[in-house]
Ligand binder design. Structure first.
Ligand code: DAU
Length: 342
């Protein structure tokens, strides 16, 4: 199929684009606005590949989306383009509503009018909200609690309404916390790994006992491709790694892998509205034939090693726009934070 992947220069998007092309079943047009976290270096190995093309555009730009669908005779769409960082959504919520709701709506409507045969929306387990006990299934109520997850929930509902209303063949994936190479270092694992490499403090929010289900980016990309190729139209699929860990445990694993001191960990002021736990039930996708292959302990070690051996990649990022963001998000927190006991 000729597939348009939006946000293909980002973290999950770039791994997905590579995987789709390597499967030998698809050609890919990558449409990416190249905002702060989009990075063409993530796909440098595909430059000039006959099954790959790049278009720089925003999913909110209706004309550019329309022209791309026509020019490349697109048959399927996977929407990875999104504002994704919860902390940034607290600082600037408007950007999230624009891209994750309005942008998704523009892409969806252009896709319907162009007669696209398949539309996959990449979403998140955060739309279910904080789950104190048990695991969320796809039919559960959406109870998003941050501007980020609320925007993603809005996008999901819009996409699903196109199946109900127009029988437009959409599918939605809701992935859990994803980690791996090329993740922008604002996120927990790459931030902690790169700070630890530099001997800088690791800002752990609140009591550090929040729980996330970690999913390798390789398993996540495989899950998205599986749903794209085999999912039932109008259906949501949870994609989780089955690796629930408390943040403090992951922070300790990162410092241990790098041979650094646990005293780098600082307890700092919590994220407002911080969700305590996410947990998803993935039986529906497993029944379709997908299961995660990467063990968290092995995947985390390899990821930390990737950051250790790709300093140029993340130092370029950390010396740019990121510095202002880091200052705004962490300066006061780190001043007031308390060190973790040895
Ligand atoms: O669950 C899927 C979601 O996972 C995705 O939809 C989001 O795009 C992605 O950002 C991620 O959301 P989280 O908020 O869970 O990820 P983040 O890496 O920001 O944080 C993971 C946990 O670590 C969370 O409990 C907050 C905590 N944390 C994070 C940062 C950046 C800290 O304690 N300190 C930090 O500096």
């Amino acid at each position: 199929m000729r597939i348009l992947v939006t946000g293909g220069a980002g973290f999950i998007g770039s791994h997905l684009v590579r995987r789709l092309i390597q499967s030998g079943r698809h050609s890919v047009v990558n449409l990416d606005a190249l905002k702060y976290s989009g990075n063409l270096e993530n796909l440098a190995d595909l430059a000039g590949h006959p099954q790959y093309a790049f278009v720089q555009a925003d999913i909110c730009d209706q004309k550019a989306v329309h022209a791309t669908l026509q020019t490349h005779r697109i048959e399927g769409i996977i929407n990875c383009a999104a504002e994704t960082h919860v902390d940034r959504s607290i600082l600037d919520p408007g950007a999230f509503a624009r891209t994750d709701v309005v942008g998704t709506g523009i892409l969806l409507e252009e896709a319907r009018q162009a007669g696209v045969q398949r539309f996959l929306q990449v979403s998140t387990d955060e739309v279910y909200g904080s789950v104190e006990q048990g695991s969320s299934t796809e039919g559960d109520r959406l109870e998003p609690r941050s501007p980020y997850s609320a925007s993603k929930a809005g996008g999901d509902l819009l996409v699903l309404s196109y199946w109900t209303t127009y029988r437009f063949p959409v599918v939605v994936t809701r992935g859990s916390n994803t980690y791996g190479p090329n993740q922008y270092p604002e996120k927990f694992i790459p931030l902690f790994a790169t700070n630890a490499i530099d001997g800088e403090p690791l800002p752990l929010y609140g009591d550090g006992r929040q729980c996330r289900d970690w999913l390798s980016v390789y398993d996540h990309a495989a899950g998205i491709q599986h749903v794209f190729e085999q999912g039932e139209p109008g259906t949501v699929y949870n994609v989780g790694g089955g690796n629930e860990r408390e943040n403090i445990t992951v922070a300790e694993q990162i410092v241990a892998t790098l041979g650094k001191s646990r005293s780098l960990i600082r307890f700092v002021e919590d994220r407002p509205g911080h969700d305590r736990r996410y947990s998803i039930d993935c039986r529906r996708l497993r029944a379709l034939g997908w299961s995660p292959q990467v063990s968290f302990e092995e995947g985390l070690k390899q990821t930390v090693e990737w950051y250790r051996t790709h300093e140029r990649w993340w130092r370029t990022i950390k010396s740019g726009e990121f510095k202002d963001y880091y200052q705004q998000q962490y300066a006061k927190r780190l001043q007031q934070g308390t060190a973790c006991g040895l």
